[in-house]
Design a binder for this molecule. Structure first.
Ligand code: FHN
Length: 448
C-alpha cells in the first residue's frame, strides 16, 4: 500500500512539473532564438489565408484547373483580362481580418500559375503588367495590416507552371528534365530566388508561407540557401514547413489531427467552403459553429488555424465568408481570453472537450462542445479551485467535488452545473481559477 502511494506521488509530481508555468514552454526543444521568434505565432492562434488571383475571374480552381486540363492553358490565362481589382479596398480587408480576431494574414503573392500580385521586376506575369488592375495590390494590403497591428504573411508558390524554364506544366506533360538540362533549371533557380528576394526586401514579411515544395528536392530548390537569404534580410521571419525541411512549423492542410501533434508549432490551414479561391458554384460553407469548433480544437491541441477566404476578381469578399469571419470575431471578442496567448490544454482523459491553460498555468479554460450546458465533469485535478466563471459573463459557479477519499492522493471528480441561461450561441467557455499552477493526477485510480 505504502509503495503504491509513493509511486502515485512520484507520478503526480512528474505531472505537476510538466504543467507548472514556465517549465511548460521549456518543453520546446528548439534553440532559444527560434523559440523567441516563434512566440508571436504561438500566441496568435488565428490567421486568415487569402487566395486571390486571376482564377477568381471565372471562379475556377486556382492553377490546378489548367494543370489538370479542366480548361486549356490559353483560356486560363485569358482571365488576366478580367482581373480588375475595381472594388478592392485593402483597408476593409484588414478591418475585417482584425474583426475576426486573427493576428496574422497570409496572402498568395504568387500561386502555381505564376501570376504575381506585386509588380515583379522579373520578366514574368504580374497583375500590374498583365491585367486591367494595373497596380501593386500587395503593398496597400500590407500597409493596412500594419495599421491594424496584424502580422504580414507571404504565400509564395515555388512551383511556377507558367514559367518557360520550369519543368512542370500540365499533369501529363513537362517541359524538360532537370538531369537533361541543369542550365535551364539554374535559370529557373535564379528567377524564383530573385522573386523571393524582391518580396522579402520590398515588404519584409513576418512570415513566409511556401507551397509546392513536393515537386523538387531540398537540393533542387536550394532550400537551405533560400532560408538563409530570407533570414539575412529579415532575421525574425518565420518560414512555414513547406521548404523541404527548412521551415519552422508544420502545416497540415484540410485534415484534422485526432491525437495531439508532437510538433512544437503547427497550423491547420482550411477553406471556409471546399475551395481556396473564389468559386461561386461552391456553396458548401462550414457554419460559424463548425469553424469555431475546429478552431478551438486546433488551439487546445497546440495549433493555430489559418482560415481561408477567396475574394472575387474585383476585390470584394463573398458575403458568406464575411459572415463567418464576423461571427468568429464576435465569439473571439467574448471568449478570446481563453484562446489568445494560452497554452495547449490538458492531456486527453481529464475533460470530454477541448481545454486551454493560461501561460502561468493557474487557469484552465473548459470549452463546452456541442453547445452543452448542465453538469460537466473534470477528472484528475489536484488543485483547489478558487473561482469558476462563465467567460464573457458575470456568472460565477460553484463546483461539487465528488468521491474524494481522505486517505488517497487521487483527486475527486469536479462537477460544475452550467445553467442554460449562460449558453453561448456557439460555444460556452468556463474558466477555472486555481490556487497554483495546475497539477494533474494521471494514474489509473488505485491500480498504480
Ligand atoms: O496546391 C495548393 C492549393 O491550391 C492551395 O494553395 C493550398 C493551400 O494550402 N496549397 C496547395 C496544396 O498543398
Amino acid at each position: 500500500m505504502l509503495k503504491k502511494q509513493i509511486a502515485l506521488c512520484i507520478l503526480m509530481l512528474a505531472n505537476a512539473l510538466f504543467y507548472s508555468g514556465s517549465t511548460y514552454a521549456q518543453q520546446k526543444t528548439s534553440p532559444d532564438s527560434i523559440r523567441s521568434k516563434m512566440q508571436w505565432f504561438a500566441d496568435a492562434k488565428l490567421g486568415i489565408f487569402i487566395h486571390w488571383g486571376i482564377y477568381s475571374v471565372n471562379g475556377i480552381d486556382e492553377s490546378w484547373s489548367f494543370h489538370n486540363k479542366k480548361i486549356s492553358y490559353e483560356n486560363y490565362m485569358k482571365q488576366l483580362n478580367g482581373f480588375t481589382a475595381a472594388n478592392y479596398n485593402p483597408q476593409e480587408w484588414a478591418s475585417l481580418i482584425k474583426e475576426s480576431g486573427a493576428r496574422y494574414a497570409v496572402i498568395t503573392t504568387k500561386h502555381h500559375d505564376g501570376v504575381a500580385l506585386w509588380p515583379t521586376k522579373q520578366h514574368h506575369f504580374s497583375v500590374m503588367r498583365n491585367t486591367p488592375a494595373k497596380k501593386d495590390v500587395l503593398k496597400p494590403f500590407y500597409a493596412a495590416l500594419d495599421k491594424e497591428g496584424i502580422k504580414r504573411g507571404a504565400y509564395f508558390s515555388l512551383i511556377d507552371w507558367s514559367h518557360p524554364d520550369y519543368p512542370g506544366f500540365l499533369k501529363d506533360s513537362s517541359r524538360y528534365k532537370i538531369a537533361d538540362n541543369p542550365k535551364r533549371w539554374q535559370l529557373f533557380q535564379n528567377f524564383f530566388q530573385a522573386q523571393i528576394d524582391e518580396v522579402n526586401r520590398a515588404y519584409k514579411p513576418d512570415l513566409w508561407w511556401f507551397d509546392g515544395d513536393w515537386e523538387h528536392s531540398a537540393a533542387e530548390w536550394q532550400a537551405e540557401k533560400v532560408r538563409k537569404e530570407i533570414l539575412s534580410v529579415c532575421p525574425g521571419a518565420i518560414i512555414n514547413g513547406r521548404l523541404q525541411g527548412y521551415g519552422d512549423y508544420e502545416t497540415p492542410e484540410q485534415n484534422f489531427p485526432v491525437s495531439r501533434p508532437k510538433f512544437n508549432w503547427w497550423e491547420l490551414c482550411m477553406t471556409t467552403n471546399n475551395n481556396w479561391g473564389f468559386h461561386p458554384d461552391d456553396t458548401n460553407y462550414k457554419t460559424p459553429f463548425e469553424v469555431i469548433s475546429i478552431f478551438v480544437d486546433a488551439v487546445s491541441n497546440g495549433g493555430n488555424l489559418l482560415l481561408d477566404i477567396g475574394p472575387k476578381e474585383d476585390g470584394t469578399i463573398p458575403a458568406e465568408q464575411v459572415h463567418i469571419l464576423k461571427e468568429l470575431g464576435a465569439w473571439n471578442k467574448k471568449n478570446g481570453e481563453a484562446i489568445f496567448g494560452t497554452l495547449p490544454g490538458l492531456p486527453q482523459g481529464h475533460f470530454y472537450g477541448p481545454t486551454t491553460v493560461s501561460k502561468d498555468s493557474t487557469v484552465i479554460y473548459l470549452f463546452l462542445p456541442g453547445q452543452t450546458t448542465g453538469n460537466i465533469m473534470l477528472k484528475g485535478l489536484t488543485n483547489t479551485i478558487k473561482d469558476i466563471q462563465v467567460v464573457g459573463t458575470e456568472v460565477h459557479l460553484k463546483p461539487k467535488i465528488v468521491g474524494k477519499v481522505s486517505w488517497s492522493p487521487v483527486p475527486g471528480l469536479v462537477f460544475i452545473n452550467v445553467p442554460e441561461k449562460c449558453k453561448d450561441p456557439y460555444m460556452t467557455v468556463v474558466k477555472l481559477q486555481l490556487d497554483k499552477p495546475v497539477q494533474l493526477y494521471r494514474g489509473q485510480g488505485g491500480l498504480n
